[in-house]
Design a protein around this ligand. Structure first.
Ligand SMILES: Nc1ncnc2c1ncn2[C@@H]1O[C@H](COP(=O)(O)OP(=O)(O)OP(=O)(O)O)[C@@H](O)[C@H]1O
Ligand SMILES: [Mg+2]
Length: 329
């Protein structure tokens, strides 16, 4: 084929592609605009009802999707603005878990969490709306440690371990059935649950029974209260407001051992030393309690196993290494 013919053929193919692709692309864009209008209307209605004053705003953003699979954005009407998350109608319970988590944490008035405003559905989506935080500042790790300890000192009213709703960790369902003891809660609602999900994904864990017996024994001898904890406190779910106030968001809260929160801050990196020192001082003279190094591995095993459920790959090897460390301790 001559070069001229080649150019002609390529141009023709581009035209055909454009004709074939453009209508689909244009339709997809129109479909999205339609969904966003419907979402803006539904959120505006829910906000008007929740705040008691008329709000007619427009959703901005909504493209991104984090570990939980929801899109995030801001809805504003020129006077007020709010942070929202939306996802398919099937994700309503997931958003409800986050709404209820923030509600309980916010009610403690101990540290900055986004105030939950409303939760609902539009024709195509489920949504949740929170106070918009002005994140992006710098602040004192010590103040952060102290504020978090104040929240951790809030314990469940029924004296049990669990939460009044289930929630999700990333996109993984997380049961929170109330249990009388911490060892029972961790074994049934966390370790046993995540291992069954791992096995469903193809993981082999011949050591499961041994690990569950060992973890039960480790946690049975640990005297802890059912503290209100954030539940997903990796570095991406904490920060400082522009005025330096420490803030936490995107929770999967429940009443459990507060050390599970501290462990998670060390899962991918670590908070500053002053955060841990001040937190321990605020909790009281016998904190951190003996054996926390081993419990840290126990608690983070759950999150690494969950990463295997969510992302597969090398996370199972990492989880297995942690299991072996727990069994050898
Ligand atoms: N109430 C809020 N106001 C303003 N910005 C927020 C608020 N909550 C979260 N953000 C910002 O949006 C980002 C994503 O939010 P969030 O962590 O809640 O969602 P996500 O999609 O579940 O993320 P991931 O699952 O990856 O942690 C956060 O890292 C934070 O920067
Ligand atoms: Mg997050």
């Amino acid at each position: 084929m001559f070069p001229g013919n080649r150019v002609l053929t390529a141009t023709t193919m581009l035209h055909v592609l454009a004709v074939l692709l453009f209508p689909g692309f244009a339709l997809a864009l129109r479909g999205r605009a339609f969904r966003m209008d419907s979402l803006s209307d539904s959120i505006s209605g829910a906000l008007s009802k929740a705040t008691g004053s008329i709000f007619r705003g427009t959703c901005e953003g909504g493209w991104g999707s984090g570990g939980g699979g929801a899109s995030t954005g801001v809805i504003k009407d020129g006077m007020r603005e709010y942070f929202y998350k939306s996802c398919g109608l099937g994700g309503y319970e997931m958003l409800k878990g986050e709404f209820e988590s923030n509600k309980v944490m916010h009610a403690t008035k101990t540290m900055k969490v986004p105030q939950p405003i409303c939760l609902g559905t539009s024709d195509y989506s489920a949504f949740v709306v929170f106070e918009k935080l002005s994140l992006g500042g710098f602040g004192s790790p010590e103040l952060f440690g102290e504020s978090l300890a104040a929240m951790h000192m809030c314990t469940s009213q029924n004296g049990k371990f669990g939460f009044h709703v289930n929630n999700t960790i990333g996109a993984t369902f997380q049961p929170n059935t109330w249990q009388d003891t911490w060892a029972d809660f961790w074994d049934k609602e966390r370790l046993g649950h995540i291992l069954s999900l791992c096995k469903r994904e193809g993981a082999s864990c011949p050591w499961e029974e041994d690990l569950r017996v060992k973890v039960r024994s480790v946690l049975s001898s640990h005297d802890c209260k059912p503290s209100l904890i954030h539940g997903d406190l990796w570095s991406g779910n904490q920060g400082f407001l522009t005025d330096g106030t420490p803030a936490i968001f995107d929770p999967a809260a429940y009443f459990g051992d507060y050390e599970a929160d501290l462990a998670m801050t060390k899962l991918f990196g670590s908070n500053a030393k002053g955060f841990y020192t001040r937190h321990a001082e605020a909790m009281g003279p016998d904190h951190p309690k003996d054996g926390w190094e081993l419990r840290q591995i126990v608690y983070n095993f759950y999150h690494i196993a969950n990463h295997y459920v969510l992302f597969g790959g090398g996370y199972w090897q990492q989880a297995e290494n942690m299991a072996m460390r727990i069994l050898k301790a």
